[in-house]
Design a protein around this ligand. Sequence first.
Ligand code: 4UV
Length: 510
Amino acid sequence: MIYRSPLPDVEIPDVTLTEYVIGGAARFGDAPAVVDGVTGETLTYAGLRSQVGSAAAGLAAHGVGPGDVVALMSHNQPRFVVALHAAIAAGAAVTPINPAFTVGEIEKQLRLSKARMLIAAEPVADKALAAAGGAEVVVLGEHDGALPFDALLTRGTAPRLGLDPATAVAVLPFSSGTTGTPKGVRLTHRNLVANLAQTRAGWRIGPDDVQAAVLPFFHIYGFTIILNSGLLGGAKVVTLPRFELDGYLRALAAHRVTRAYFAPPMVLALATAPEVSGHDLSSLRFALCGAAPLDVEVTERAQRRLGCLIRQGYGMTEASPGTHQVFDDEFASTPPGSVGRLSPNTLARVVSPGTDTDVAPGETGELLVRGPQVMAGYLDDPGATAATVVDGWLHTGDLVRVDSDGVFWIVDRLKELIKYKGYQVAPAELEAVLLTHPAVLDAAVVGVPHPEGGEAPKAFVVASAPVTGAELMAFVAARVAPYKKVREVEFVERIPKSPTGKILRRLLKG
Ligand code: 4UV
């Protein structure tokens, strides 16, 4: 049983990501493209196009070209956008790094991605320099020991490269997928162009739109759905470096934001905070929440306060990310709590987990998706790729059901991935850290409910020497970004495992 989109297939232009996203920027001229919601610094479409061209020429003159990987580590700001598209226009693949990472985590991503250059925001330049190894550090601003990004701006224009959009990797975000530690996700130009074209079929984003961009561009939701969809449509994208309720509400009102994008903790804050009523949010006509489950009752409370419907988005890094959409034309009629219907050019199956057998319509099963947005594969990991994309079908690791209108509902997560505030936390990564502690003989990490994060990591530990839970939590916290912290420890006699040594996480979740 194969499910299809209600929309006809769309044509996918045979161009690079940057050509697609800002190739038409000339049409929007001096209209604002990206505005820093804190400083007010504004990059117009004409300015974006010319800065991307000259920085791409500078990067090319500096030796960056096809086959290279450039790492980009920054909060949301207009310079992120210039650096991103300049590196892509120079022919490189960009691997985005979370600026909250520790030096050890940055080193690891640089090593795995084989990045030759690390472009970093000024506030995280010291970490970048400490982690860089053989990679050259370029700073968005100025910082001792790093090449200023502006020094790369030349009078030239982007080189003509003849890249094949179908095979050249444009972006290399990291995701743990259904199992194991984070892996580079090879997203080609075609994957990303396809997802933008698919998304555009369901959403009319135009020059009159203003998109609030607080969710990070280094994550695929911020990257494709907020930033690049906005630029493709000619909208104004207003960047904020982090979510802080009052500043966020002020930005929504001051910029007359029309389209807002949330992760569940933001909706929770909006549902409960009295401040919301003090701001004029009458410009809002679309609000989307995704990246983790969202409670329907919380949704209803938040949308009453906002005066705007909130619907859910769903996708995953490995699908560039969108596979489903609540279309603009069906926004009000799509039930809250669902993730809408299939995007164009996308097929889905719902199977009994671990088998290739379709479940009956309306029954719960694992979602498999297929379409031009599905990744080319994991970097240097053919085993994980073969286990995740089988005969072209991406195994999402999510349990879903489909109703008789073709509307999908995410029911549960089958895969081991933990989502803290929508951010990926890979249990295998935390287990590896715990196992380096001298008093830890064995460890397993699972997600448990958490009031702010939705869920958070809890460690089950077999100790070989006296140690406290607080000591182990501090040990992990010193080595990982704050959102990955282990927030609970339970000591056990042994970790339940299958005969092949696989941790039986469901037993630990209770
Ligand atoms: O790989 P990733 O970190 O990717 C994402 C992508 C999020 C979005 C959000 C809005 C969109 O419109 C869109 O296209 C993509 O988070 O994590 C993927 C996993 O996150 C869970 C699910 O387990 C995915 O496999 N997830 C994402 N959205 C939802 C969700 C949701 N609405 N409800 C429940 N779980």
